[in-house]
Design a protein around this ligand. Structure first.
Ligand code: VGL
Ligand code: ZN
Length: 240
């Protein structure tokens, strides 16, 4: 006798996908729980239009982030927070221009226009972010001689920001990363989150990249290799 089970088996998964797209989409939708946290990386004026290190289309991440943030009971934001004359600024290395690189004691460093100087308007979070329930803002890159793209570890590879301890103390297991820029602070944060043992998702359309010297393609390749999951904001279940 040909019951429902046999018919489904005979159709196979491809035919089934064509027949029931809605049901299958619902099954892949990700529902953040109390052990999930959204990390909103560096949505600061310097990285937005008119800023000193403006990321192309950077402003487009703001409404997407505001929307997905509603699905999270835990939201942490970061601020790039440099001293004046920070080692990552091209302006302090004579003869060097932004986007060139130099070798520092901890490795290769891309040089940037002056940006996100502590206490300046450029370092402020975008006023269009609407995430009143964000529970922690972590600042990074505040040691004059060390950069910190990652929200977890400074660029020396050993100085902790304390974020992993905070998240573990709050029993967080899954981390969703959004913000600016995909190929620097978002990617380095996602990679370090994997190293710290978290399950990690990067929400692609909630990020934008700088893309200098192939950095964006390399970042996605490194993240894929490390087991970071690349998702879209529509994959996250946000109830009205
Ligand atoms: C960033 C370059 C320099 C970032 C910060 O937020 O991705 N990029 N400082
Ligand atoms: Zn910076």
């Amino acid at each position: 006798m040909l019951d429902r089970r046999h018919i489904l088996a005979a159709l196979g998964t491809t035919a089934l996908a064509a027949l029931a797209p809605t049901a299958l989409f619902a099954a892949t939708s990700i529902k953040p729980d109390d052990t999930s946290a959204l990390l909103v990386i560096d949505v600061q004026n310097c990285f937005l239009p008119g800023g000193s290190l403006a990321v192309k289309e950077g402003e487009q991440v703001v409404p997407v982030i505001n929307k997905i943030a509603k699905a999270f009971s835990n939201v942490v934001m970061t601020q790039d927070w440099h001293t004046p004359g920070h080692v990552s600024f091209a302006s302090v290395h004579s003869g060097k221009k932004p986007f060139e690189t130099i070798d520092l004691p901890y490795g290769k460093q891309v040089l940037w226009p002056d940006h996100c100087v502590q206490g300046t308007d450029g370092a402020a979070l975008s006023r269009d972010l609407a995430i009143p329930h964000a529970e922690l803002i972590i600042r990074k890159g505040f040691h004059k001689d060390v950069d910190s793209y990652s929200a977890f570890l400074e660029a020396d590879g050993k100085t902790s920001t304390g974020l992993a301890g905070y998240l573990k103390g709050r029993k967080i297991k899954r981390i969703f990363v959004a913000g600016l820029a995909t190929d620097f602070c978002v990617a380095w944060t996602a990679l370090d989150a994997r190293k710290a043992g978290f399950e990690v998702y990067v929400v692609e359309d909630a990020c934008r990249g700088i893309d200098t010297q192939g950095s964006l393609a390399k970042a996605w390749a490194d993240m894929a290799k490390a087991g970071v999951k690349r998702i879209q904001s529509a994959d996250i279940a946000v109830s009205a």
